[in-house]
Design a binder for this molecule. Structure first.
Ligand code: IMP
Length: 431
């Protein structure tokens, strides 16, 4: 069975949760590889809505193994809270969840720094989710991070915590002029959770290696989107991890030869949360319409998402960065009632026509989209399950997207439920 990476090709919120949940039937192991509880994956399963932030979306299928890889930043409180929520709703979270001992922990001082540094930046703030993600990854790269495995050695955990807080409290008190945090309190709070987390701890790279050796199908579930990738996104308005395909390797310890396909999840229009350039953004009634019809409010923070037309060079760029083999196009039904749709095919930047997505943010900020118009279909696509039943103009819209991004659209999502999907080619099928 092939191993598949599923990731977002825009600025997150493409509807990955539903696609992963749908494909989970065909996979044996579902793996998160980066990000943390800044992600919000909304899944509707048998009419019930679940919002997951940290645990892989595959958890709703009790017979699948779910893995949180070393690349994920793990907030112990968020994990326990999510596990309790799932258990209270009758979902099994037991031996079917494994967490890498090398996951870096998000601790209260990371959240404090996230909040204070955003305030400090003023108009250049990133608009983070405030979950402490950036500061936790900073500590990882600075080699002072605390990993899940450290909780198994309380004395070592305490020593690292005290050292880190000495530095962090200086920053909080002297630079950000706020109060510092107490090591003893954080130690006690974290250790109180340790007993509930450590049973899930595992050498997940080895577990995944064995699963691959045994011919199991692995599904790597990306969080955020390619344009939020710390290397390939619209830096500095990005998240602090590699949400692109490379992150699935470094964030799990699986080698590149194990990956067969990369499925890009793409919304039929564009949204973004937080600050940063967004050339096709609509600050008008059409943007409002997309927000209301598409229910474009953050699953994690509840923030209203910025909405705009489909940006073809941006998605083509994401296809290139990730080596995407096929696309799942989501939320096409949100466009049903619009008389005219626009697709950006390039940009005008300082008087010049540019076809490719600019990598530098100050250039992207100056980009004005060049649009082509497409007639709408004024007919419901909501709930359509086979391609031939889609209106002709919807088929043309999809065909034009395929042409512009140079990758086939093999899955089309026409609603929130698992069943509301057109599958033109099963991503897990033998080819
Ligand atoms: P952080 O990941 O909380 O540091 O936030 C950095 C940027 O990524 C901000 O613009 C957030 O709004 C954005 N972001 C983080 N996670 C998500 C997500 O799951 N969906 C969409 N945007 C996200």
């Amino acid at each position: 069975m092939p191993n598949l990476i599923v990731l977002g090709t825009q600025w997150g919120d493409e509807g990955k949760g539903k696609i992963v949940d749908l494909l989970t039937d065909r996979a044996d192991v579902i793996v998160r590889y980066q990000g943390g509880h800044n992600a919000g994956h909304t899944i509707v399963s048998r009419g019930e809505k679940f919002i997951l932030h940290l645990i892989p979306s595959g958890i709703l299928h009790p017979d699948k193994l779910c893995v949180i890889g070393n690349g994920v930043a793990l907030d112990p409180h968020a994990l326990v809270e999510e596990r309790d929520m799932l258990r209270n709703r009758g979902v099994t979270v037991d031996k079917n969840l494994r967490i890498s001992d090398a996951c870096h922990l998000i601790l209260p001082y990371h959240r404090a720094i996230d909040k204070e540094s955003e305030k400090f930046r003023g108009t250049r703030r990133i608009g983070t989710t405030g979950r402490g993600i950036g500061p936790a990854y900073v500590d990882k790269m600075a080699r002072i991070g605390i990993r899940l495995g450290d909780l198994a050695n309380p004395a070592l955990f305490r020593e690292k915590l005290e050292q880190n807080l000495a530095e962090t409290n200086y920053l909080l008190e002297k630079l950000y002029t706020t109060h510092g945090l107490d090591a003893e309190t954080i130690y006690n709070q974290t250790m109180a959770l340790a007993d509930r987390i450590l049973p899930f701890m595992d050498d997940t790279a080895l577990t995944l290696h064995r699963a691959i050796r045994d011919g199991k199908a692995l599904l790597f579930e990306g969080a955020q989107g390619t344009l939020l990738d710390v290397d390939h996104g619209t830096y500095p308005f990005v998240t602090s991890s590699n949400s692109s395909a490379g992150g699935a390797l470094t964030g799990t310890g699986v080698g590149p030869t194990a990956i067969d396909r990369v499925l890009g999840v793409t919304k039929a229009y564009t949204t973004r949360v937080g600050s940063g350039p967004f050339p096709t953004e609509l600050i008008n009634e059409s943007g409002e319409y997309l927000r209301e019809k598409g229910q474009e409010f953050g699953a994690t923070t509840g923030r209203a998402r910025r909405c705009g037309w489909f940006d073809a060079p941006a998605v083509r760029y994401a296809c290139r960065i990730n080596g995407i083999s096929e696309i799942a196009l989501t939320k096409i039904d949100v466009l049903d009632a619009l008389p005219t749709l626009k697709i950006a095919t390039g940009y005008e930047i300082r008087g010049k026509k540019v076809d490719e997505f600019p990598r530098r943010v100050e250039i992207l900020e100056a980009a004005r989209p060049i649009y082509e118009d497409h007639p709408g279909w004024s007919q419901p696509t909501a709930g359509v399950r086979n391609f031939d039943s889609l209106p002709d103009n919807a088929k043309r819209y999809i065909a034009r997207i395929e042409e512009l991004i140079e990758v086939p659209v093999t899955v089309i999502s026409t609603g929130v439920g698992r069943e509301d999907t057109v599958i033109r080619q099963d991503p897990f099928a033998a080819r």
